[in-house]
Design a protein around this ligand. Sequence first.
Ligand code: FAD
Length: 318
Amino acid sequence: MKITEHIANANGKTLFSFELLPPVKGSGIQGIFNSIEPLMEFKPPFIDVTSSREDLVYKEKSNGLLERVVYRKRPGTVAVCAAIMNRFKVDAVPHLICGGFTKEETEYALIDLQFLGIDNVLVLRGDARKTDPGFIPTPGGHMYATDLLKQVTDMNNGVYLHEYHDSSHKTNFCIGVAGYPEKHFESPNLNTDFKHLKKKIDDGANFIVTQMFYDNNKYFDFVNRCRENGINVPIIPGLKPLTTAKQLTVLPKIFHIDIPEDLSNAVSGCKNDKEVKEVGIEFMINQCKELVKFGVPVLHFYTMGNPEPTKRIAQAIF
Ligand code: FAD
């Protein structure tokens, strides 16, 4: 079922969902199942599975020379989605990224998804490779999420790449895109970033999932601004409970977000990460209560494969 239908069917009740990463190459699927099982009691109508592009690694050989290895650390997004749907009977939402895939490979993935009965995709540009100074598109791939979005909407209209015949099956994907209440880090300002987001919606995206945030006012301002500008799709808040003191510096560095002073002060006053986890969970329970009061359609958690903090928050909310 489409995410938009899940939300409509909930009649204003806030739903619970979460995101996880495919297993590291060489691991089995059981770890994924183990991280989902504790959260199933909160009846997530959908679970997101991230996607990652290849990275470049330089390995030293026995002769002292460096060997350049190109590899994807966490392959298997489509298969993990299928495994989740098969086992838990919920919708799985694969993240589709521009980086690391040619348009043809993306088309084949979309065809696979359609055959598997996957109705939703989250369309993203994707992160830059760790060794690159910024995002470098894959030759024959897409540069921006809007370009990838167009490929999906084209298929929804029955238009495929290199098409030589008339009758084309129309896919019916419900399409999500990313939104940044605190601005995407490459954007010169919020207005410019907002224009690009608006284009994604005007071009056919059906829902937005936000970057994590810890200050609800930033989400509220973002939603209000969207509504004032005619963006009326569901805006799903992305949430990540803070669990270690190190995250005070790591999260702003990686995700370009602010940690409010009351939270950072509380974390700084903790003796160890056990205490930090308690502070993070308590903070997020309060954050979620306020979001539910605001009427958010879904509380969407970035679990990173660790269900326990999310479970405790969900127990307090649902
Ligand atoms: P875009 O919408 O393409 O925007 C990228 C930047 O370019 C922005 O600054 C935007 O303002 C600007 N821009 C957009 N269109 C244009 C244009 N036409 N001309 C000029 N500038 C433009 N990364 C992964 O690798 N894998 C994942 O699974 C993944 N999941 C995510 C899930 C969520 C909910 C979020 C919020 C992020 C996720 N990311 C993931 C990270 C994301 O890929 C990065 O933040 C990436 O840098 C931007 O992706 P985007 O889709 O927002 O890009």
